[in-house]
Design a protein. Structure first.
Length: 371
């Protein structure tokens, strides 16, 4: 289950755009901020907030003025002691109105009106889901039937929310709002939806490095999506011998390619489940090939022993630059790819109980392979 959290300062895209006005004026009012205090206009860049301009509060108001040759995402911030109030918005020429407070609002120009509408919908859904989730966790009067009903309601709202996000990006993919939101939320969508959005981006925006990387990742993943033929690769095993994935694919009825690393906490946490599934299905023609994103051979080998891994392992010890990870568009681990004996990818990103569930479905009514 996903929990909605509005992304803040996760990317700073240069967004080409134009406006008939030759300058901007940001007229702001504040809530619970004292006269004489300072408000900042800031840019989020390389993990840091950079101050671009400042204004002093007078009679509960502030003003920023300037000229802007493109549409960019920026922040209005108030920082004093432990108090932090901020809102992001689109800096563009025109008259921009800001209410800076616990529930900030920005309006007045085309892109800010669109973005504020998106945030209003998003936060309303988030508030509803949080309320339901808190009720599920704390209401001791709920029966098991009540809990099941509430869980389904949360799932339905979660889906509704993701549909809203997808549709908002799709509707605005030709303007700065959609371009800004796309890399923030793309990972929440299935591969086909990601491809649909990135392929709809106008050419004028595709000089952006963030979008280039996203398109490259999606294109790679599409080549290795469910239903596609697997891509072979060769690497060294723990004994330093070069081995090929194809050797294992042809030998097993189903082969799980497991991308992991000794330093990956979620990988280690899920490994007992993977070990259990392997032991349960290995006599039915099921095999696993581990592909480690480690950089140090000693760490990799030690983890294999510690975690009770008994299936073949491969690595080029290049960390995130692992050649196989690049081929399959892997950008987070653990990640898995399930391939049948004909080399067709039948599932991706199975974790936890989902691995066993998928194998049970595949092996249903089949006669186990005899040793």
């Amino acid at each position: 289950m996903k929990k909605f959290i509005l992304s803040v300062a996760v990317s700073c895209l240069f967004i080409a755009g134009c406006n008939n006005s030759k300058s901007y004026k940001i007229s702001g009012t504040v809530e619970d901020i004292s006269n004489g205090d300072t408000i900042y206009l800031q840019e989020y860049k390389n993990g840091e907030m950079i101050k671009l301009d400042s204004a002093v509060i007078s009679n509960g108001k502030f003003i920023f003025k300037g000229e802007q040759d493109s549409v960019v995402n920026r922040y209005i911030t108030y920082l004093k002691g432990d108090k932090r109030i901020f809102t992001d918005f689109f800096l563009e020429n025109g008259d921009i109105n800001v209410v800076l407070g616990q529930e900030s609002k920005v309006s007045g120009t085309k892109n800010n009106d669109i973005y504020q509408s998106f945030k209003d919908k998003f936060m309303a859904l988030n508030k509803e889901m949080n309320g339901l989730y808190i009720k599920l966790q704390t209401d001791t009067t709920l029966t098991e039937m009540d809990k099941e009903k509430l869980s389904k309601e949360i799932e339905a709202k979660d889906k509704s929310g993701m549909d809203m996000v997808f549709n908002s990006i799709k509707e605005n993919i030709t303007n700065p709002v959609g371009i800004y939101l796309l890399p923030q939320y793309s990972a929440a969508f299935d591969l086909k939806k990601q491809a649909e959005l990135i392929n709809a981006v106008p050419a004028k925006y595709m000089n952006n490095e963030v979008l280039k990387a996203l398109k490259n990742r999606v294109d790679l993943a599409m080549k290795t999506a469910v239903g596609e033929k697997y891509i072979d690769f060769s690497m060294e095993n723990v004994d330093g011998q070069k081995v090929s994935l194809s050797n294992y694919i042809s030998a097993n009825k189903y082969t799980l390619i497991d991308f992991w690393a000794s330093w990956c906490g979620p990988c280690r946490a899920d490994m007992p489940n993977v070990v259990a599934v392997y032991n349960e299905f290995k006599d039915k023609g099921f095999g696993i090939v581990g592909v480690s994103l480690d950089e140090k051979a000693d760490d990799w080998k030690a983890a294999i022993v510690e975690l009770g891994i008994t299936w073949p392992q491969m690595s080029d010890l290049k960390g995130w630059e692992n050649a196989a990870a690049q081929l399959y568009g892997i950008n987070s681990i653990p990640a898995t790819i399930l391939v049948d004996q004909n080399g067709i990818i039948v599932a991706r990103n199975l974790r936890g109980a989902a691995i066993k569930d998928e194998l049970l479905k595949l092996y249903k009514d089949e006669t186990p392979i005899q040793e």
